[in-house]
Design a protein around this ligand. Structure first.
Ligand SMILES: *Cc1c(COP(=O)(O)O)cnc(C)c1O
Length: 394
């Protein structure tokens, strides 16, 4: 526990590593399947490098849990998912496909959101050239005022779709809610659901019936069960995090339980690279932000803001070492940070330092980062750099 495990030793030349717990992910998907029921398909949202978990490592474990639908933001991420897959799965781009890349998207049979009518004629041309149909999801504007076809744009789109049925498979009708994790948006969300259902019916009257209806992200799937429809686009929950404390409370109240059914998949660890003593009255690290008020023992750890440990955690962050929770002292540097190990005499070079995750009976959660650095848990995860190696553990 205190020294790096054997598998990590292979990664000793990396200053820190991210571990993904397979059993935690299995637990989360088992829970979500039971919770949503058999009729609701789960699309695993793996944009932003699988919320920092690493697409390459995360996708195969999700697949082994029975997931066969993945959602990403952009075409490059779709390619990464495709190359990580062991078997066939549907891959859906919810955001950016450069019009110049439509041929690639169609040739690779990626599904993609359409939120601009101008894309459709281009997709027709691309489809003709490739000889395959474009698999599209019509994303409609229901009240978020971000991407989504307005009623006028939807009309224009329907016209093009009806003129070119041989070039399209209309896989879905979708929308996204403007903050389902907070009750303060309750009326806005309800209105969006109404708009969505009204639009679905209108489309059906035009003779267009999408294969599936999907609207819910994690928060909506918990707080507004009727938004689950045919498929739920699950991001944060699958990784073991609640979208907000409110969503968790909504879940526990509604289900008469205090138990958190989710487990965190991610841990982030490093180790001690240097140890020294500092006399009372000395400053630690750059500048004068930390003054030793007693004789101290400090440990230097090879992680900094270039490797994902935010500078806003200077003099604020907490880490685990030898089962103790200790503080970051002084400024977080580009590649190093300093922790206070005064009084923990057993600390040695090479000892494991946990930034996120468990050690003994202690845990540092992403939420604690959130408190100290004023970031969302989504942001902390999504900012974890790609160049930290990810390893899968049981
Ligand atoms: C990111 C995203 C999701 C998933 O959101 P979570 O809150 O992580 O579940 C779902 N749908 C869309 C359109 C998204 O962009």
């Amino acid at each position: 526990m205190t020294k790096r495990t054997k598998i990590q030793n292979k990664l000793m030349h990396y200053p820190s590593v991210i571990e993904l717990s397979k059993s935690a992910l299995e637990n989360n998907f088992r829970f979500l399947h039971d919770y949503y029921g058999e009729d609701v398909r789960i699309s695993s949202v793996v944009k932003a490098n699988a919320y920092g978990h690493g697409i390459r490592e995360f996708v195969p474990i999700a697949e082994s849990c029975g997931i066969d639908h993945f959602s990403v933001f952009s075409l490059d991420e779709a390619m990464q998912v495709r190359s990580a897959l062991k078997n066939h799965a549907d891959v859906m781009v919810m955001g950016w496909v450069d019009p110049a890349d439509l041929e690639i998207a169609i040739a690779e049979e990626f599904e993609f959101f359409v939120f601009e009518p101008d894309v459709l004629p281009l997709a027709v041309e691309a489809s003709k050239k490739i000889g395959k149909k474009a698999k599209i999801h019509l994303e409609i504007e229901t009240g978020m005022n971000r991407t989504g076809l307005t009623p006028v744009e939807l009309k224009q789109s329907v016209k093009i779709l009806k003129q070119n049925p041989e070039h399209f498979i209309i896989r879905g009708l979708c929308t996204h809610y403007a903050g389902a994790e907070s009750i303060s948006n309750y009326f806005r969300i309800q209105k969006q659901v109404k708009n969505y259902n009204r639009t679905y019916k209108w489309l059906a009257r035009q003779g267009i019936v999408p294969d599936i209806m999907h609207t819910a992200c994690s928060a909506a799937s918990v707080a507004y069960p009727k938004t689950r429809m045919d498929m739920v686009r699950v991001g944060i929950l699958q990784y073991g995090f609640w979208p907000s404390p409110e969503t968790f409370i909504y879940y526990t109240h509604g289900n008469h339980t205090n138990h958190n059914p989710l487990s965190h998949v991610i841990s982030w660890k490093s180790s001690v690279m240097s140890i020294k003593r500092v006399k009372s009255g000395e400053f630690v690290s750059y500048g004068t932000t930390y003054l030793a008020k007693e004789d101290m023992r400090i440990a230097i750890v090879p992680a900094g803001y270039s490797t994902g440990y935010s500078r806003s955690l200077s003099n604020q962050g907490r880490v685990l070492i030898r089962g103790h929770r200790v503080g970051v002292v002084g400024m977080v540097n580009m590649n190093m940070l300093v922790i206070d190990i005064t009084g923990i005499e057993e600390v040695q070079l090479g000892d494991e330092v946990v930034f996120i995750g468990c050690q003994g009976d202690q845990e540092i959660t992403v939420a604690s980062f959130v408190e100290f650095s004023d970031q969302l848990n989504y942001e902390v995860l999504a900012r974890l750099p790609q160049n930290i190696p990810r390893i899968v553990v049981d």
